[in-house]
Ligand binder design. Structure first.
Ligand code: PHE
Length: 392
């Protein structure tokens, strides 16, 4: 596992090692906990787990940038309860097993107060039971599978969930694109993909459409020709691919090669800068549901884009926006909470109302999810372009 610590954290550790500790962790752990800032120190340590390398590296990198920006801003504004914030990030290499061991390290060694992550629902599902058992709040910026927050009352998210997202694309396909038929190509190893497939199929059918065929692949596959050949025979007007950008890019290229003429549709998982390079011409004209559009003229979005671009030299994607939002929701709750103990911080996060996020206003409901509008974007000239907003 690769470990990345911010410069600010390293500096803070040097400073706090000199301080005496007030909490007494079990013998043996004492030195480590003090070092990591888990014991009483002048730094509040936040943990983050993300895919900084591996098949979904773009997710982890954008999210980390968004989180870093939020933490830098909070520190510039004086920190929380007289202390500076620092974040410790572990790379899970885009694998659930690694996400699970990363969260264990954050909980037992680093003794973080709050956990941010993951993006991919399968990775968040591997982490959530551990955060829940330790009573340390976890906020997923962008995992949309409903079961993630069902793990327990310490698990939150700042995004909408897939029963809504799947409905959005089914509705757009039926009402705007006027499709009567669609097919689906899903990743059976991904909780996200399996969940969205089920919702899209149900909603599209309820709205009078027909799903003429569903094919499957497994994360890590790179040849989708057999499935695409089978789908081509069914001549679907639309092909729903609820996968991640890396698979979608390859699928689109192979579909074009095989002469499969259809309109491709997807969800937020398509969002990642490599999509446009991997998919090239083959993804032009496709539609996705997503959390945010960089073309949104509202000041909150445009101010964020400006700051992010100055700092990271690229236009933020939805992961960057949601990473930023998740950290800000956590930090704001830390300010309101009477103490940073798990139960107190949990209560404060649960009370989040009308928080002005970049990817929409955040009110956490009784299930610890955010209910927000989705946008529909179309790929045109190697970019996402805004086409519609759908409200819950
Ligand atoms: N919603 C996806 C999941 O739950 C993750 C994701 C969110 C990917 C936003 C890209 C953009 O797995």
């Amino acid at each position: 596992m690769r470990e990345l610590a911010l410069a600010v954290l390293t500096l803070a550790l040097v400073a706090c090692e000199k301080k005496s500790t007030v909490e007494t962790p079990p013998a043996g752990d004492q030195k480590q906990a003090a070092k990591a800032g888990g014991a009483e120190s002048d730094v509040i340590l936040i943990g983050e787990v993300g895919s900084l390398t591996g098949s979904e590296a773009a997710f982890g990198i954008s999210t980390r940038n968004g989180v870093d920006l939020a933490i830098e801003e909070a520190n510039e504004a004086g920190g929380v309860k007289g202390k500076k914030l620092a974040v410790r990030v572990y790379d899970d290499q885009s694998k659930p097993e690694e996400a699970a061991s990363a969260v264990t390290r954050l909980l037992t060694q680093d003794k973080v107060k709050l956990i941010l992550g993951e993006v991919a629902s399968s990775n968040s599902l591997a982490m959530a039971p551990k955060a829940q058992a330790a009573k340390v709040p976890m906020i997923s910026p962008s995992s949309t599978n409903p079961t993630v927050t069902e793990v327990g009352d310490y698990i939150f998210r700042v995004c909408f969930i897939d029963p809504f997202q799947g409905y959005v694309m089914a509705k757009y396909a039926r009402e705007e694109l006027k499709f009567n038929t669609a097919a689906i190509l899903k990743d059976v190893k991904s909780a996200y993909s399996v969940g969205l497939t089920e919702v899209f199929e149900r909603k599209f059918t309820e709205m009078g459409g027909k799903v003429v065929g569903t094919e499957a692949y497994s994360k890590g596959d790179s040849d989708f020709r057999a499935q695409l050949t089978a789908l081509k025979k069914l001549k679907p007007q639309g092909l729903y691919i609820p996968g991640y950008y890396n698979d979608v890019g390859a699928i689109a290229q192979q579909a074009e090669e095989l002469g499969l003429k259809t309109v491709m549709m997807g969800g937020d998982g398509w969002d990642g800068p490599p999509l446009f390079e991997l998919g090239g011409k083959a993804i032009e004209g496709s539609y996705v549901s997503n959390h945010y559009s960089a073309e949104d003229p509202s000041p909150i979005v445009q101010n964020f884009i400006k700051k992010y671009q100055e700092r990271f030299k690229v236009v933020p994607d939805s992961l960057a926006a949601l990473g930023y939002d998740s950290a800000r929701v956590g930090i704001e709750a830390m300010k309101r909470a009477p103490s940073l103990d798990g139960p107190a911080l949990r209560e404060a996060i649960a009370a989040t109302k009308e928080f002005p996020g970049v990817a929409g206003t955040i009110t956490l409901n009784a299930k610890r999810d955010a209910e927000k509008p989705a946008v529909v974007l179309q790929v045109k000239d190697g970019k996402f372009h805004y086409v519609a907003t759908v409200k819950p």
